[in-house]
Design a protein around this ligand. Structure first.
Ligand code: HSE
Length: 312
């Protein structure tokens, strides 16, 4: 049994527009890294670093207020040997970005600590522990960031079925493009202002889009994807909090996107697109964002991005 372990967990799109709180997609090229070492007295945070390797200016070192340590502590209390754990957290995912930043830390914390257990759990059994971190961050249990960050690819994880999370088939030759405008949206705040109810017609239509989208992914039917990657309930309520969203969306659709929406509560905007068009699409979305006076960064990712991994 090792005394130290390091885990990486990717950022994610959650939700993936059409499946509010229940459909997420892992991303490549950006994520959080957590090192866990045996230490003294419970689960503590030794350090938190920002993406440039400097001490993080915002995130707390209080283990009760960081999703990595909350997830790690939940796992260690349930399965640890009573010794202590010290965490070092390297943030790669921008905060309040709609890219599953809190989920990536929670997943990396759980995966790193799992490797220090005498009998490590199977990866999918870490979901409930990582979700404890998400509960702290967003005030509820929804796994659409945590599940893809842990398991990779596209995952269906309706709250009613948790802790079940269902990895889904994705079509070949389709990529995700995510543009992160340099704005911040606090997910818990954004959720508080959502309407509590929808009309029967909205309910029927949104169910149809989700069922159609999942079918389109399973069969690789890009025309059906284009017709169904829609969020008629939540996106209209949130669009105003990301003023550059309509310009980015229109640019993405003009450049051939199969669909485009906010990633989670935003401000990030994602599009799905035939892989051959992905580079061009990212550029078009970035240019549209820049034209609104907002700096941004983008990532292109396959729909089969791997989930969390143990690095050593
Ligand atoms: N699906 C959530 C939301 C975000 O859009 O509020 C992360 O679970």
């Amino acid at each position: 049994m090792s005394d130290t372990s390091t885990a990486f967990a990717p950022a994610s799109i959650g939700n993936l527009g059409v499946g509010f709180d229940m459909l997420g997609l892992a991303l490549t090229g950006v994520g959080d890294r957590v090192t866990a070492r045996r230490g003294r007295d419970g689960v503590r945070i030794a350090d938190v670093f920002d993406p440039s390797g400097e001490p993080h200016p915002v995130l707390s070192r209080d283990p009760g207020r960081n999703t990595a340590s909350i997830a790690a502590r939940a796992l260690w209390q349930a399965h640890g040997d009573g010794g202590g754990i010290e965490l070092e957290i390297h943030k790669g995912v921008p905060l309040q970005s709609g890219m599953g930043s809190s989920a990536a830390s929670a997943v990396a914390g759980a995966v790193a600590v799992n490797a220090l257990l005498e009998d490590p759990l199977p990866t999918r059994d870490l979901l409930p522990f990582a979700l404890e971190g998400e509960r702290y961050a967003s005030g509820g249990i929804h796994a659409d960031n945590v599940a893809p960050s842990l398991l990779g690819g596209m995952v269906l994880c309706p709250p009613a079925l948790l802790p079940n999370a269902i990895p889904l088939r994705t079509p070949e030759g389709v990529s995700a493009v995510l543009v992160h405008p340099e704005l911040k949206v606090h997910t818990a705040d954004a959720r508080r202002s959502l309407a509590e109810s929808v009309s029967r017609q909205q309910w029927i239509d949104q169910q149809g889009y989700l069922a159609g989208f999942l079918t389109a992914c399973a069969y690789g039917d890009l025309d059906l994807m284009r017709a169904t990657l829609k969020d008629i309930v939540i996106e209209p309520q949130r669009a105003a909090s990301v003023p550059c969203f309509p310009a980015i969306r229109d640019a993405a659709l003009d450049a051939g996107a199969l669909g485009v929406s906010l990633s989670g509560s935003g401000p990030s905007v994602f599009a799905l697109v035939a892989t051959g068009l992905a580079g061009e699409l990212a550029l078009a979305m970035e240019t549209a964002c820049g034209a609104q006076g907002v700096e941004c960064q983008s990532w292109v990712s396959p729909m089969t991005a791997p989930g969390a991994r143990l690095e050593h």
